[in-house]
Design a protein around this ligand. Sequence first.
Ligand SMILES: [Cu+2]
Length: 141
Amino acid sequence: MLRKMSLAAWLMAMWGIAPAMAERTPSPPNAEAYIIWPADGTVIQGGKFWVRMGLRNMGVCPKGVKLPNVGHHHLLVDTDLPPLGEPIPSDRNHLHFGAGETEARLELPPGKHTLQMLLGDSDHVPHDPPVYSKKISIIVR
Ligand SMILES: [Cu+2]
């Protein structure tokens, strides 16, 4: 009896951690995310601007949609890529576009800033291999 219970407890523990160990959503090898605008080094007057996000060989879908070769955009502002095996954080440095937006209105204070795109799957986890853009720098005046 004791042995049976511990087996059940073990199984429950395994199920409990299974989602964290789930396989990541595959991306096609030719997938490419890129920032259409602004270009690297752009000087922006006033701090309010649109970011236009491009994606090749995959489709943009709202969060929660489980289809092959789709995802939604995330914009990393003034930060590096997060850990790629878990959901992308959601804060002022990690912006989610869960409605499937491909353009984002940003407002940043004067100074140098970095922008990088990272695609997430239906659960906000980066694909395997991850699809992210080059990191660019802009200057707000
Ligand atoms: Cu997301």
